[in-house]
Design a protein around this ligand. Structure first.
Ligand SMILES: NC(=O)c1ccc[n+]([C@@H]2O[C@H](COP(=O)([O-])OP(=O)(O)OC[C@H]3O[C@@H](n4cnc5c(N)ncnc54)[C@H](O)[C@@H]3O)[C@@H](O)[C@H]2O)c1
Length: 338
């Protein structure tokens, strides 16, 4: 036997790495039903897994009732052949360019997430993992005592400051849905607040790391937001974000409806990040320019990860140096002109 996984947004950065890690575990007979509507990804991210009969992929939309009914039927048909059924909700409108759009973020990130949770409850799945975000900490996303903790009080920016807040507020609401389901004894689960996840497989310069690499490669310089003069961030490799998801899945006692920060404590200024990338690309004295300003962007985002470390034993394995080396090598190979 093994676990039946049902993963939304499966071709995204998190979903696709989850599939790789689940299928690489040959000690049990796991099976993955995954779907994605290619809103922000493509089939290429899971290409290497498509021939594996333990992985079924569907080009489906989380917001399409008929397609989700089909997923539910497939789960009902398969679930008795497995020890447990685990739903993982990765589908979301994530990237900065979209999450200023309140209607899109609400439909997929809030209504879609809750519909997926209700499906998990109907199929009597044992576990549900909800991907939330460290954006919920808004302007209070760091402190001097080892980083913000999950139970620290939140001070949310509102729409007067930035439409971007709709993404964070929507994600915060999903934390209430899963907490309610767990508190009422219907399922085990938790929410995860990821911070700045990156992947060596990113093909498009949407996140800051591929953006910096691409800018140096294409233009010989990088233009950063004015905020970057001060901002510092930590960066979590998606190998580690996914190992955290699976550590939680396999620690039933941790699935108490609460929230887990998942991040590293390796803080770096964005300017130093750019310089580090340039050095690794062999660029001496890199040109770094500044233009534009983003409202409601915290200067630091430093999360305490004591809770997940204590409860599951998880810790990140890929430090920034190793992660950046992999990103640069892969990005340059992927974008090499014939
Ligand atoms: N990447 C980060 O830094 C970060 C940080 C905090 C939280 N998160 C959260 O982690 C989760 C996974 O994010 P990711 O980094 O893998 O993002 P991603 O954009 O790479 O993956 C999300 C996937 O969802 C898919 N999707 C969007 N709308 C859909 C719909 N209606 N139906 C089906 N699929 C749909 C997209 O096509 C994409 O493949 C998200 O919930 C996100 O909010 C990510």
């Amino acid at each position: 036997m093994g676990t039946l996984y049902v993963i939304s947004g499966v071709t995204g950065m998190t979903g696709s790495e989850l599939v790789r890690q689940i299928l690489s575990d040959k000690s049990a007979n796991h099976h993955v039903i995954g779907f994605d509507n290619f809103y922000a990804s493509s089939i290429q991210t899971v290409q290497e897994c498509l021939d594996d009969e333990r992985f079924e992929f569907f080009e489906y939309d989380l917001n399409d009732t008929a397609q989700m009914t089909d997923i539910e039927s497939r789960v009902n048909a398969l679930k008795n052949s497995f020890d447990e059924t685990v739903y993982i909700n990765c589908a979301a409108v994530v990237h900065t360019e979209h999450f200023y759009h309140v209607y899109e973020t609400f439909e997929t990130n809030v209504t879609g997430m809750n519909a997926f949770l209700q499906q998990a409850l109907r199929t009597k799945a044992e576990k549900f993992i909800n991907c939330s975000t460290s954006e919920v900490y808004s302007m209070n996303s760091w402190n001097e005592n080892g980083g913000v903790r999950e139970d620290d009080y939140l001070t949310l920016s509102d729409a007067e400051h930035s439409q971007r807040t709709s993404y964070a507020v929507g994600k915060l609401l999903t934390e209430f849905f899963i907490k309610d389901a767990v508190d009422s004894g219907r399922i085990k689960g938790c929410s995860i607040r990821f911070a700045n996840v990156y992947s060596k497989n990113e093909r498009y310069p949407k996140h800051i790391i591929p953006f910096i690499i691409n800018s140096f490669k294409e233009n010989g310089k990088v233009v950063l937001l004015e905020n970057s003069r001060k901002n510092r961030r930590t960066f979590l490799n998606n190998f580690d974000s996914c190992s955290a998801v699976l550590a939680l899945v396999s620690t039933g006692s941790a699935l108490d409806g609460t929230v887990y920060n998942v991040a590293t404590d390796e803080e770096i200024t964005i300017i130093d990040l750019a310089k580090k990338c340039a050095a690794k690309m062999g660029i001496k004295d890199p040109v770094i320019e500044f233009s534009g300003y983003r409202e409601s962007d915290p200067e630091r985002r430093l999360l305490s990860t004591e809770k997940i470390r204590m409860r599951t034993g998880w810790s990140p394995a890929v430090d920034l140096d190793k992660g950046l080396d992999e990103c640069i090598e892969n990005y340059l190979a992927l974008t090499q002109k014939p």
